[in-house]
Design a protein around this ligand. Sequence first.
Ligand SMILES: Nc1ncnc2c1ncn2[C@@H]1O[C@H](COP(=O)(O)OP(=O)(O)OP(=O)(O)O)[C@@H](O)[C@H]1O
Length: 282
Amino acid sequence: MAGYVEFFRLGKTYDTPNGPAVIVEDFNLNMEMGEYVCLLGHSGCGKSTVLTMTAGLNSITTGGIVVANHEITGPGPDRGVVFQSPCLMPWMTALENVLLGVNQVYPHGTKKQRRDIAGYYLTLVGLGSSLNTRASELSQGMQQRVGIARAFALKPKMLLLDEPFGMLDSLTRMELQEILLEILIRDKVTTLMITHDVDEALFMSDKVVMMTNGPRARVGKVFEMPFDRPRVRSEVLEHPDYYDLRGDMITFLEDQDHKKRKQDAEKLDQKKKEEAEGVLAI
Ligand SMILES: Nc1ncnc2c1ncn2[C@@H]1O[C@H](COP(=O)(O)OP(=O)(O)OP(=O)(O)O)[C@@H](O)[C@H]1O
């Protein structure tokens, strides 16, 4: 059955100096409306490639992505994106940064209505008293809060998060994870998040999608999370399935790692063999 978000036979090939490199191939996944999916996999397997294709920032080579019955052909305000670094305009205030997007999405709203929307989301992420502070004067954690508020203020159908907490200290990280989940429950936004952190994936998601190692990366395994919402960290950690799920995910990653090392060793042997044959031929 088709989902609210559907990835069908998605593929990406980059042109490289050594010829075409097939990074993602036959990536299939369905997401329900309001579902929170984490994408996990080894560095370089193609997670950001899948996310940027979903954002419409990276062209799709084969297959397609459908969000709320619309096939993705480019970027749009129906998808909010938050990267590891929020890319704010440093000379603008927190409010002005969020207003940049809000003004585009609500062009017919009054100035006050637009400021209220931007202010509302900034307050939700804990920046109610820093609305008029310049982005360059905000800490990294505060800047990332602005990035999250900016994405939510667009009222997207889908939220795309590429390691949004990757650069934050662990306390800020945990606080923002909880704030994000609170807003998501309120606004029921379907979310795809990339993370390297197994515990973060367990705490945040409804489903954890493990990608195989590239090249030709695809969905390797899907884990369903049994934890209730709203999530309470201590309850998740004490859930009887928590450590089994965590162990299975780590085992999957380790298996992929062994395969990758074997492939790399075989490639190296083959290269050495070809070089030796070349020398003998001379
Ligand atoms: N524009 C490009 N041209 C050629 N190759 C690219 C391009 N962008 C990414 N790649 C390659 O595609 C592969 C997947 O990259 P991607 O950034 O999607 O991986 P990732 O799983 O998100 O990695 P990480 O976890 O380290 O962020 C990598 O081998 C990368 O070198």
